[in-house]
Design a protein around this ligand. Sequence first.
Ligand SMILES: Nc1ncnc2c1ncn2[C@@H]1O[C@H](COP(=O)(O)OP(=O)(O)OP(=O)(O)O)[C@@H](O)[C@H]1O
Length: 332
Amino acid sequence: MHALRAATADPVLRVRNLEVTYYTDSGRAKALDNVSFTLNSGEKLGMVGESGSGKSTMALAMMRMIKPPGRIEGGQVIVGDTDLMSLDQEGMRKARLSKIAYIPQGAMNSLNPVMRIGAQMVDAVKSHLPGEPKAAIEARCRRALQSVDLDASVFRMYAHELSGGMKQRVCIAIGILLDPHVIIADEPTSALDVVTQRQVMETIDNVQKQINAAVILIGHDMGLMAQFVDKVAVMYAGRLVEMSTVREMFTDPKHPYARALISSLPSLENKGVFQGIPGLAPSLLRLPSGCAFHPRCSSAMAMCGTTRPEPRILPGGRSVTCHLYDGEASHG
Ligand SMILES: Nc1ncnc2c1ncn2[C@@H]1O[C@H](COP(=O)(O)OP(=O)(O)OP(=O)(O)O)[C@@H](O)[C@H]1O
């Protein structure tokens, strides 16, 4: 484990036209609408957007863990050269943790309280490597603990003996047990104090470098993300409205929603002024016509109320889903 993979510029993850719908009693909610993006090995992507914009749905869909009333309606999630959507149940079970690992929201509170940390880690590996001797599995687990800067003694501890930050690091250690190519961490720092948040982000950064995985960090904290990720993806009402490098996103956001998000970040210059985004996030059951953001958009044009914009790749490679850029881009 942790043999350094060669850094490549080849995409290790290609998400193509991913679609998820929740069939609720009140109607159909398209929680993921034609989402596509790619990530290279070693790249870190921050995924942001208001609550309900589809970030967790995206993670669950990539893991094929969407439960009824939700349904994956289409699309591909290609890791290396395997489309996860084409695997049978057993193939997908094996792919989880070995090709793609998921650290869910609140994972640290889901550790089994009556099982030692080591036993939980061993269990996670066992089903993937049935022929592996116990000693080798245990050694693998101890190495994983070491890579997240936890003492070897944690192997024999129970969850209640650990701090929040330590528990979150255990979850990261479990996520990297089989050297996945892609790691998705859903709000890995929520409910932690700012110092611990930083440490957890640094831990993710370190393990990501060790195994050269592509990492997707889901979160709300743009400021914290900016310090750790390479690219930022902004979700709005189930669509990916912009994806650019972190520098482009912070210095020159293109989508009006991304611009509003960036300008609502507090700064010393506008101290005391809270700049929000007017209006409310729409219900997925009653999305506005055309571009779902148009009722809140200060740059909206007549066509925005009638015609849905499609994702476009701008010169330089960033992707934007907005009619403002219709003239200067190719379809994504
Ligand atoms: N089990 C469900 N049944 C019905 N609708 C659901 C279900 N889960 C999610 N949804 C719908 O999907 C949308 C996206 O939810 P999701 O949890 O992916 O958002 P999110 O961006 O991760 O939010 P948060 O930041 O609050 O975690 C929600 O607005 C909701 O309408």
